[in-house]
Design a protein around this ligand. Structure first.
Ligand code: URA
Length: 231
């Protein structure tokens, strides 16, 4: 059982204040009776309608966030601001979860979803979705670094990395593509080759790009992007 107003927000009907107005206007019925009290306890088995159209459970959504530095990838944290705080009001009650994680100081593309099946598929080590990062770092990548990345690095603590791609862009700048998501992976891989990273941004995940989405903003995936992601 949950409150009717929460059920409506979670179903993507609108923000809390929009839902309040809809209820006040008598546009919501529960089992055929107009209900104006958002505090009424309901469950998904009941027939809950807006303007006569039955509502299901929570709308399944995948959003792409351009994460700024300074936010931790977590649903809650006692000390640090979380990426959830960047979500606009209409997404707050959809119980979105981050897909994988970016470090607090890493910027760029982060997906969030309430589609449990998709979440598991994307974070499963077997999915091997390529993720491309832009890094500013000490030193300059050399041919032997490219070869070492392609062969699969072994980090100082014995962690074995899958083959990865290193593309030098110029002195102290590279693109790195990995197909897994171990703890601090890109930073540790670059440090292992004597190129500690100062700045890191994820630019691409599978077919998805940051594009012109401003830092700190979110957008929902298009149907086309969703279909490609699910392939
Ligand atoms: N690799 C890192 O080191 N940090 C990230 O946030 C993502 C990949």
């Amino acid at each position: 059982m949950e409150r009717l107003d929460k059920f409506l927000c979670g179903g993507g009907v609108g923000t809390r204040s929009q839902v309040k107005l809809l209820l006040k206007a008598g546009r919501v019925t529960v089992d055929g009776t107009v209900v104006r009290d958002g505090g009424l306890k309901v469950d998904a088995g009941q027939q809950i309608c807006l303007d006569g159209v039955r509502l299901g459970g929570k709308r399944q959504v995948v959003v792409l966030l351009n994460k700024p530095a300074g936010y931790v990838t977590a649903t809650e944290d006692l000390r640090e601001p979380t990426v959830m705080e960047l979500l606009p009001a209409q997404y707050r009650h959809l119980e979105l979860r981050p897909v994988g994680r970016l470090d607090k100081q890493t910027e760029g593309l982060l997906l969030l979803t309430n589609d449990g099946a998709l979440l598991h598929r994307l974070i499963s080590p077997r999915s091997e979705v390529p993720k491309r990062y832009y890094a500013q770092h000490e030193g300059s990548a050399q041919a032997e670094d490219i070869v070492a990345f392609a062969a699969g690095l072994i980090l100082g603590d014995g962690t074995v990395c899958l083959p990865a791609q290193l593309e030098p862009l110029g002195p102290g700048e590279s693109l790195i593509t990995i197909r897994e998501g171990k703890y601090h992976q890109v930073r540790r891989m670059m440090a292992a080759r004597g190129m500690p990273v100062h700045y890191l941004e994820r630019r691409q995940e599978g077919n998805l790009c940051l594009g012109s989405l401003p830092r700190g903003q979110v957008r929902e995936l298009t149907q086309e992007e969703l279909q490609e992601l699910l392939l």
